[in-house]
Write a protein of this length. Structure first.
Length: 455
């Protein structure tokens, strides 16, 4: 039995004795990408960059086996030819659950394409009903399912949706709770080695919400140890800024279906936003990459720029819920204070807020008790506030996936709001920030089939 290939769920373990060193090196290279840490060190002109490996691989070499991620069968399968294969994954009797909802045509097509495979990713923009599709998939499969989330707010919302739509209890691991059910939602950061060992054989299906996170080492380690037979990912955008997108596919499989913006508009689930770039007077003497951190410090401390943001919200946000997106917690808190000083019901939503406080902020926003949410990366994903109709992009970024996520916050339909508006601050006096703004404008026009406007 020791010489057999073993399918362990998230990985296929091939005996190291069955492979030559050249084959291992070749497969490691095929499953490798540029190391983000090395890329960043090179950009900083760090003299120690040479000590950081140039590439990282999703292939894991143990003493006795080489572990191939389950989503890369094209690399693994040739190495298994002629070898005995033992499937260590548990099986369970399917018990489909009736879904107490109604899927739209594009949602049905997306699920059919995904569930006809045992691995894969469904790309669904904001407003496409990602949570509903996850719950419908769980009900149709009728198998013990573990859903992995990054944020507690997402986990709690999804747990509630499972209970209401499928009529069964839903377990939760995270936030001080540890309730394991046939359907369980878990925070990745709550699964230590002991917890992973306990739950690994309990589920036949693993679903990763916000699947682009699956490239992170914590996710990959977890996925490699789970004993499931099906691995699925759901995300609004598959692309990662750090270049590790391939790792998502290695562990979850290829994109099986991508919902388009046109499908959402046709189904009445989304509208095309206006996008206006607004120039600022912010200035900074930027010479090279070493100036990037001081540049961001200066940006966060610039009082005149903050006042311009306040004026934009006052001018364009009357009667609407606005979100201002920044990059630092302290900056978000200061700007929220400034907005409150101008008579607006404003609050900062950051990762430093306690779980109950974050939940209350989102409830207040949904029920019309807030005018402005000032957020950091917590607003990039997983936040569903349909009333949101104004987004102010006030922090440097050129990542297309992040832009799509942020704009998508405002595209959900709601009977109380007007056409959504995106206000993008352009710091024209600083070369890198001006170039990033050009990239954001091009990405908007490419993804939302619309022409941006100038202020």
């Amino acid at each position: 039995m020791s010489g057999a290939v073993r399918i362990r769920g998230g990985v296929v373990a091939v005996p190291i004795a069955a492979l030559t060193p050249d084959q291992i090196r070749e497969d490691a290279a095929r499953l490798s990408v540029a190391n983000p840490a090395r890329v960043q060190a090179d950009r900083r002109a760090d003299p120690r960059a040479f000590a950081i490996p140039a590439r990282v691989s999703s292939l894991v070499v143990e003493d006795d086996h080489v572990l191939y991620p389950i989503g890369a069968p094209g690399v693994c399968r040739p190495r298994c030819m002629g070898l005995r294969v033992v499937d260590d994954r548990p099986t369970f009797a399917a018990k489909p659950l009736p879904y107490r909802g109604e899927l739209l045509t594009f949602q049905r097509k997306a699920l059919d394409a995904l569930l006809s495979n045992t691995t894969g990713v469904l790309v669904a923009p904001c407003g496409s009903g990602k949570g509903e599709k996850i719950v419908a998939a769980i009900g149709e499969l009728g198998l013990p399912t573990l859903v992995l989330c990054m944020q507690m707010d997402q986990a709690v919302e999804l747990r509630s949706r499972v209970t209401s739509r499928l009529g069964v209890p839903c377990g939760l691991i995270g936030g001080g709770e540890r309730q394991v059910e046939r359907i369980t939602v878990a925070l990745v950061q709550a699964l230590d080695d002991k917890a992973i060992a306990e739950i690994a054989p309990l589920f036949e299906v693993v679903i990763v919400d916000e699947a682009h996170h699956a490239a992170a080492e914590s996710y990959r380690r977890l996925l490699s140890r789970l004993g499931a037979r099906r691995f699925y990912g759901f995300t609004a955008t598959i692309d990662r800024v750090d270049g590790l997108t391939a790792f998502v596919h290695h562990h979850l499989g290829p994109v099986r279906y991508a919902v388009t913006r046109a499908q959402l508009v046709e189904a009445g689930r989304s509208v095309t936003p206006r996008y206006v770039q607004v120039e600022t007077a912010f200035a900074f003497e930027y010479a090279d990459r070493r100036d990037w951190a001081p540049l961001l410090d200066a940006l966060a401390e610039d009082v005149a720029r903050d006042e311009q943001i306040v004026e934009l919200v006052l001018e364009h946000g009357a009667g609407e819920l606005s979100a201002v997106l920044l990059g630092r917690v302290e900056h978000a808190e200061r700007l929220a204070d400034r907005l409150r000083g101008r008579g607006l019901r404003a609050v900062a939503l950051t990762g430093q807020k306690k779980k109950a406080e974050r939940a209350q902020i989102l409830t207040d926003a949904r029920e019309g008790r807030l005018d402005v949410i000032v957020g950091t990366q917590l607003l990039d994903e997983g936040i569903d506030v349909a009333r949101l109709s104004r987004v102010v992009l006030a922090w440097p970024s050129k990542a297309e996936g992040r832009l799509i996520q942020r704009i998508g916050r405002a595209l959900r339909m709601h009977e109380t709001k007007a056409a959504p508006l995106v206000l993008d601050l352009v710091d024209v006096n600083v070369g890198p920030l001006k170039w990033q703004a050009r990239a954001r404008r091009a990405a908007f026009e490419r993804n939302f089939a619309a022409i941006s406007e100038a202020a």
